[in-house]
Design a protein around this ligand. Sequence first.
Ligand code: NAI
Length: 335
Amino acid sequence: MENKELKIAFYDACSYDKESFSEENKNFLFNIDFFDFHLTEKTALTASGYDIVCTFVNDTINRTVISILKKCGVKMIALRCAGFNNVDLEAAKEFGIKVARVPAYSPHSVAEHALSLLLSLTRKIPQAYLRTRSGNFTLNGLTGRDLCGLTAGIIGTGKIGKVMAECLSGIGMKIVMYDAYPDNDWAEKKGFTYIPLIELFQKSDVISLHCPLTDDTKHLVNEKSLSMMKNDAVIINTGRGALIDTHALVKALKKRTIGGAALDVYEEESRYFFADWSADVIKDDMLARLLTFPNVIITGHQAFLTKNALKAIADTTLQNILDFTEGKELKNEVK
Ligand code: NAI
């Protein structure tokens, strides 16, 4: 089949996706239709007549959706992200639909965003920005904290966690880490230390989450682990929302037993993130409450959003599709 004949339904398409994929597609010449809505049980029939669906983090790819995709003639799900916790892999296997992902694009994009969130939180940049924009140059209430000399606890030392650890070490923080599969050679070379998770919760001034969302890591930050943390510790989450039990976090923030949180992801983000709710009512009381704390910063899952990462995502996704259609080994297959 010629690339031009192969039809790709591209869900949840934003302007930056269209730009980066259209640019990279000049090298592949696939026939891509961009849809601005999510793939869900209600929209899955729109895949009728398409060979491949290209999806993102908040598309629903459960058993029902996969069974509809199968009936529509879809042969491959091309994820344009690293995480695949939203895909029912067993159902995909059962229905004979291949799943591929983009395992790495730019770990720097995510780690640098995590670092920006941390610095913004500890130096109260959002408050300072709003003040100076309205001509208020006072400093009361803006006292920050030097990170140099404090301890950063990194949970998950894969591609992103490693870059984050190295960035924080660069500003003089002491690095402690936890990973289910530690990379001892790297740690030794860098002079960083793996410690048990409980100890990490107790010792860290900054806790940054970089592990995948699995049954083991769901609600890793919960009432119990929050109670172990220092009262002025801050939590940075650019991993996945459900790594944190939001109810427990809100409770700790209200009791002031935690210093603050900077979140790029949120447990129930799929309804709200990537959409404009500014003229509507946010009905999710947890999200609405989080937005009221002065010591909480939320960004809408934008850690991946750099030009470098978008180019790499488009290139790898389209290459995955090409490998699949040419019957080559699908090296980024998720099984
Ligand atoms: P990676 O696969 O390179 O690293 C993940 C690390 O977590 C590995 O070292 C693994 O051993 C460790 N791990 C696995 N289970 C664990 C457990 N139970 N406890 C502690 N550590 C465990 O992944 P990468 O590229 O570093 O990405 C990390 C996560 O960041 C992704 O799973 C994804 O959810 C999230 N992410 C968020 C983005 C955003 O825009 N906010 C963009 C890209 C990724």
